[in-house]
Design a protein around this ligand. Sequence first.
Ligand code: SF4
Length: 470
Amino acid sequence: MKNVPAANSAPPAICFDQELIERYDGRGPRYTSYPTALQFSERLGEAEYRANALNSNAGGAPLSLYVHIPFCHSLCYYCGCNKIVTRNQARVERYMEMLHKEIRMQSELFDRSRQTRQLHFGGGTPTYLDNDQMDELMAALRTAFNFDESDEREFSIEVDPRTVDADGIRYLTDLGFNRLSLGIQDFDPTVQEAVNRMQSYEEVSRLVNEARAANFKSISFDLIYGLPHQNVASFDTTLDRVIGLRPDRLAVYNYAHLPERFKGQRMINADDIPPPSTKLDILHHTIDRLSESGYLYIGMDHFALPEDDLVLARGDGTLQRNFQGYSTHGECDLIGLGVSSISSIGNVYAQNAVTTMEYETLIEDGHLPIKKGIAVDDDDLLRADVIQALMCYDRLDFGAFDAIHGTDFREYFKSELERMNPLAGDDLIELDAGGINITPKGRLLLRSIAMVFDRHMAEVDTDKRFSRAI
Ligand code: SF4
């Protein structure tokens, strides 16, 4: 899962071709892992995870920690995350007690010499926790793991602007965080009201100024297009404000309306959702505005300024796709802590229980809360590297790949290469004797290209499991 072929330089341009997007944008995985979580099964459990984690110490890779805080104060109607909307502190305290136990159990598996270079708090709303809970959590993590305290560390937290003030931002710096990600979605009050998430531009602007003054290295915004009442003109006003605040990174997600899966979405009036043609226009306009403003397209949904670490990681070959989307530090083993979190250690993926009740019961009984996962086989490892290369670097070099894996790529993936011919015919890729290059038109259809190498696709009902990419 870590053998990414040679990197290249800055990301190339993208070309928005509406006809191709409409034709190719089917349903498919986002490839935050390969195999995807749909292939995880209970055949991989705690015993296999423990053995694999202990074995990984021989390699001594540095560590990346993901900590899931599932609680939120109120429900944003569009949300598809694993979250619990509650004001019940007793419930929060029980979860935190079990999370502390899990941290201690996990840390016993990993050599102290392995530095934690990357830390990410996600949710839910990590800033739901009060200062005492946050202090205790960070102290527990620092005791259990060997934190890199240098400037090289990448400690990030998802911040709900409605839960943090200027003092809160300074407090996060004191805890050691040096990156933050703000959930913006849209600044338009009509849209905000329709999705039950009211937050003003002024409060976000104050937080951004405070974060810059506190020397946060990177500020990231999340936006969503396809929400009720959005149109090109209204989203353009949001983009004006976003570009004015100059976040280092932007993730611009497509809203997938799946009310049969996500109960909260039933609160959204389907008639208020823009039609697919308007969504495409909003996306097209967003890409133009961000490109004109100096942002580079990293890949699926993600943009960054040229000096951002995501762009630099693409240059030095350490860019990866993981459960947070695109990320740096591809060399790390990832430990997922908290309900539903996923670990990726060596060639094993393991996911924690997805309900807090099961998560807490397993820990209370002295178990790691792992419910399912997969040990990646040799064939999947090859495919994972192909998919990483295409999604992170827009290129796969046959010679470099064969040198790493001892394969004959063209022979091994003969049928996949044949299936790529139509993609080459439509100018989504260039296929030559040296490798596969994704063209500017293909960069917006990465997952449709990557899916050619996914041998598990036939096992999955794509209409039921996936939303459209765009
Ligand atoms: S979008 Fe974030 S804050 Fe809103 S309900 Fe979902 S997890 Fe909670």
